[in-house]
Design a protein around this ligand. Sequence first.
Ligand code: IMP
Length: 406
Amino acid sequence: MYNTTVCVGVSFGDEGKGKVIDYLAQAYDVVCRVQGGCNAGHSLVVNGKKTILRLIPSGILWTHTVCIMCHGMVIDPNVFHEEVTNLEAAGINLEDRLILSDRAHVILPCHIEADIAKNEKLGTTKKGIGPCYEAKINRSGYRVCDLVNSSCHNSFSSEVIATLSRFANNSTSRIINNYIKMNKGVIFEGAQGTLLDVDCGTYPYVTSSNAVAGGACTGAGVGPTAITSTIGITKAYVTRVGAGPFPTEANGDAATHIQTIGKEFGSVTGRPRQVGWLDLPLMRYAVDVNDLSMLAITKLDVLTGLDTIKVATHHILDNIAHEYPLIDRLYNVSLLWKEFPGWTEDITNVKSFEDLPRNAKNYISFIATELDIPICLISVGPERDQTIDLMAEASSMYFTNKFGRS
Ligand code: IMP
């Protein structure tokens, strides 16, 4: 029905992409990470064990999946070596199922130094992401193939280079396109989020790659018509780390509740995340620029216990209420709000939409209706099985709406 799916963050990253992609991967054959580097931290919890992946695709914990790190990524070889070592020590077989594009660019120690020295005002993750992409665009970067095929850089140990060589491959786009031709299920895993995209986001408070769905085409080397659907992933609220505008930022008791219950601290940097409410104008924008087919909502359980849940429906600028945002004027907007009564019931074991408390259903239904998009998954806890799976209904709605067929 849908064999190639791009999964992207709807807002400022940290939407729970790792959990959602791990869950979806049970029904797919291949998971390709398309952009970004170890600025991402994708957390997966399976049988009580937490794994944080920074580079390796979020499908790796299943045994049936092939995981491909595409040329759009930037690779810190030391982090890659550490991640491989940790996964293998945990008993995960990577042989013949983890593939690294040898055209991915390499983060050098000087990139990390430059990031630390230069980018304080942007609040970057200081992992060398920006300077590495800068070198790539400037055509002065080093790629995995440059390190593997000639010892042209002596910044890394022979052990680390050996790990790169073990997984490096020079035809990842061909491999992916062959899987697509064979009708295999392929997930394209985005990192960060729509509003951190270097072109579509809140520039300059963005990352240095294309985090929107289009980034899957360039990052993996597939054509746009090869992609059947796009899943946007959002938390039931919003968080942001680093600098930049955040119109719906919350304060007071509700913010403390969300930050504490949601454990909203960066998985890469440990920095506390600012928290806030869903922002429909920004979400409408994300639906547009990614052509989202469906929405996955994570961390709904975190809202349990709040008296009131707020959603911004419009941005007000120059006394006009806007349904769509003016991305460069987010610092100047005021907001129109809709408020929902909360719920107190424990929802962490709920398995179907019908079994959610009425107020939670009203909240979710409002979002789906306002955005005119089916909800394919609701996550009610970090574990893989704490998931309300609405994929069958959502796919049928999407394909019926779009193509007049289910
Ligand atoms: P960089 O990607 O390290 O250059 O950081 C640029 C901006 O993107 C900073 O505001 C970071 O906090 C933010 N950022 C980068 N990666 C992530 C992520 O995976 N989640 C959330 N924010 C991120």
